[in-house]
Design a protein around this ligand. Structure first.
Ligand SMILES: C[S@@+](CC[C@H](N)C(=O)[O-])C[C@H]1O[C@@H](n2cnc3c(N)ncnc32)[C@H](O)[C@@H]1O
Length: 296
């Protein structure tokens, strides 16, 4: 006899964290092979709903997730009090909820991230980026990625040669190619990010135009690049700012993200001493993104 909806039991788990660690939770959940999850806004906190088979392992998994989230403090992130609760649910509701979690997400107006196996014929209008999840940063949900996406869309169209430093999942490199860049190089120092970004480049069929390499910032790169995208932490941005001149063309464009709003005055002072000029400044929450051009 086929199994009915009520024959398979699942646990619906509600995990509560500080919203600041949302992006860091993705790789933790993906490492536990969760097919999907839903976010629930809860005042100043963030809830995450996910589903696990109600076998002997569900509690172990939850404890592991809780421990990893609490461990984010080591990376200067503040998860706040982390707790979870669980309730029983039947398999039919679980399938429906998971399916909803795997739907395309609009990460910025006109930019949709879709799961790799999404086959629905009727898809919303806009630009689609197929992304496989993994341990790498770059699901498109973080404000610094969204700021970079908007700046690339508005300033870096049809560039010849783009460099994406700290490519993570490869999202910004792929978008650059979609926006007409002829040649894109994505660099990351994390081997897992490199292999995931390569896979995502393939999924989006850009192997002919996007190359992903393992590397440390601009070490060993010659260019010259007509556009550079950097979404890394502020100290790294500052450390390579004086070097960017050497690997970029005259009048090159530069997108900087990953800058906290409070770091902007300091960064402006450093930019004023460089060959770059700020053309566009955007803010989302605590984060800032900049578009700069090389002074002629
Ligand atoms: C904030 S994430 C950005 C990911 C993606 N570009 C995005 O916008 O969503 C920064 C990335 O930079 C990488 N990274 C950190 N230090 C690096 C370095 N010294 N050289 C190259 N990549 C680095 C990290 O591994 C991470 O994937």
């Amino acid at each position: 006899m086929p199994l009915g909806c009520d024959d398979l039991k699942f646990k619906e788990v509600y995990l509560e964290i500080n919203p600041e660690v949302k992006e860091a939770l993705y790789p933790i959940l993906q490492a536990e092979d969760l097919g999907g999850w839903n976010w629930v806004e809860k005042g100043s906190r963030l809830g995450c709903l996910f589903y696990l088979p109600a076998n002997r392992e569900w509690r172990e998994k939850c404890e592991r997730i809780k421990e990893k989230v609490e461990g984010l403090q080591e990376f200067d992130l503040e998860p706040g009090p982390v707790f979870y609760s669980a309730r029983d649910i039947n398999s039919c509701s679980w399938e429906k909820l998971i399916k909803e979690a795997g739907e395309p997400r609009q990460v910025l107006e006109g930019f949709w991230v879709i799961p790799p196996d999404y086959l629905k014929a009727k898809i919303p209008q806009g630009m689609f980026i197929k992304l496989r999840g993994g341990m790498a940063f770059g699901t498109g949900d973080h404000p610094s990625t969204r700021l970079a996406l908007g700046l690339i869309r508005d300033w870096l169209r049809n560039y010849d040669k783009i460099l994406d430093l700290g490519t993570g999942s490869g999202i910004l490199a792929i978008v650059s190619a979609k926006l007409g860049a002829k040649e894109v190089t994505g660099i990351d120092n994390d081997p897992e990010a490199v292999s995931l970004a390569r896979e995502n480049v393939k999924l989006n069929k850009f192997e002919d135009r996007v190359e992903i390499k393992e590397g440390d910032l601009i070490k060993g790169l010659k260019g010259p690049y007509s556009g550079v995208i950097i979404n890394i932490l502020y100290p790294q941005i500052v450390s390579i700012l004086p070097e960017l001149d050497k690997i970029t063309e005259k009048k090159a464009g530069l997108v900087l993200s990953g800058i906290l709003f409070k770091q902007l005055p300091q960064l402006r002072e450093k930019i004023a001493l460089s060959p770059w000029e700020i053309i566009d400044t955007r803010v989302e929450g605590d984060w800032t993104g900049l578009y700069l051009e090389k002074k002629g």
